[in-house]
Design a protein around this ligand. Sequence first.
Ligand code: KG4
Ligand code: ZN
Length: 338
Amino acid sequence: MTTVLAIETSCDETGVAVVRDRQILSNVVASQIATHQKYGGVVPEVASRQHLATINGVIAAALGESGLAWAEIDGIAATCAPGLVGALLMGLTAAKTLALLHNKPFLGIHHLEGHIYASYLSEPDLQPPFLCLLVSGGHTSLIYVKDCGHYETLGQTRDDAAGEAFDKVARLLHLGYPGGPVIDRLAREGNPHAFSLPEGQISLPEGGFHPYDSSFSGLKTAVLRLVQKLEPQTPELPTADIAASFQETVARSLTKRAIACARNYGLSTIAVGGGVAANSGLREHLTAAAKAHNVRVLFPPLKFCTDNAAMIACAAAEHLSRGRRSPLTLGVQSRMSL
Ligand code: KG4
Ligand code: ZN
């Protein structure tokens, strides 16, 4: 058994968790959403300062809730990439300091590997190979999970991430930040077939379209044009119908790619991760399509889908049990492929 305390500060959540293999002993998240809401999005400098202000308290809370003493912790981990550089630095520096202070091994973990490991937290018996559909505010990827540390990205977005598209469309509909949950709620009251919106496709030089890559910036522009066209014509914008039609298009596009990918690579399980995994439209579409194609689909509970440190600790515990370590000279990186 390997017990890890991990820190996640890649964006706007200060997370610290203690995990033993795939079992959560504590998982504390101090969300900054309320702070960033007034700016309509995450302000990097504000995020770094807030991490600095809260991190010691969150570490103490996570260790306290786990009921463990430092002597019972086998390693300390932190997200090292990708993310906001200042924000990442807060967590990484705190983790290195704790590792030095308590004489523990240190591990830097890729944020997306953490999202993959969120599936193991809710499904401890899950074994690779499987396909991970990772849909968050920063990423939209189809990842072939072969083994711990062995991943192949088969598809990704060429522009906006799925969550980013939800946030941008919510902003242009004046619905506030973060946009995903608001659009999801509103979409339930709307007609998903009210407006026909274009699903972004990536053309291939040899003709046809890329089967797994996606694009959401054209869809966002189409919603903008629709709003500009409707605004002068209607006293009240049909926001529920627009939200439902937009969500339907995103859900259909992601489902089509994930199912094609799983079938072509002979993978019988799709594990969904990232904040957009919470989306009810995506859940409905993907669950129905997976059933039709005899593919198992796993949606971890929302608290594991959005950014948290338990998923980072879970990934780190497996690496540590395989004897892996990171040097204390490890830095952070805003971009880094898996
Ligand atoms: O994984 P996450 O917490 O952070 C990143 O690593 O990006 O994902 C946050 C993203 C935001 O863009 C948010 O709007 C989106 O996930 N999101 C949703 C829903 N809940 C959160 N998008 C669609 N429907 C939802 N219910
Ligand atoms: Zn994330």
